[in-house]
Ligand binder design. Sequence first.
Ligand SMILES: [Zn+2]
Ligand SMILES: [Zn+2]
Length: 256
Amino acid sequence: MALKITFLGTGTSQGVPVIGSNHPVCLSDDSKDKRLRVSILVSWDDCNFVIDCGPDFRQQMLTNKVAALEAILFTHEHSDHTAGIDDIRPFFFKQGDIPIYAHKKVVKALKKRFSYIFDEKNRYPGAPAVEINYVKRGVDFTLGGKTIIPVQALHNRLKVFGYRIDDFTYLTDVKSISDKEVEKIMGTKILVVNALRKEPHHSHFNLEEALAFVARIKPEKAYFTHISHVMGFHAEVEKGLPENVHLAYDNLTVEI
Ligand SMILES: [Zn+2]
Ligand SMILES: [Zn+2]
């Protein structure tokens, strides 16, 4: 069962271009400089799930012609990773309650912001509904016959979860990670990790930190995501990277 990864979005929280920006990267004609909010689609056989469900979710599902969704896995509660949850409605109408996998603090935040989705007693006609599955550090779970290993990291002081599936690991919004969690991803062949920009940032790896992390994990290939316009033009940054490391771009697919 080969895994297929589709990068649905590779941009940081505002996306690229940024609204109203005259930055040269925001004005670029290169499609690789256009980045929706970060998310990936993971597929094998007829199983499809997404990691995160940001404000560009609807557009991402349409562009990639996704017709069914097994589940949504959440990394953390920030809006750029969760704000699209209302747009699961077409999947909900076809499939019923959509399984979500999230840490309890993420579920708590979603319940506050999208109370109508979680109100089991008073379902509003037309509102979507979800089936909650709690993600816990150290507790693996199964999706479509594959084991999913949650990997905990820190986004400044906020806990975030990445996921390992077979020899693929996806981590975003990471600033630091413990040695114990790093052990869980050793042996990964394809690693996706966030690299915001060249300048340091309080809650994200910058390019240098992301490269150091790749050097530590030693995957066959690494892709950077959650990229800001200030990182620079895709084509130029790409030229400066080691041979097995790439900037991801929207709609890139990778098979494992
Ligand atoms: Zn983010
Ligand atoms: Zn975040």
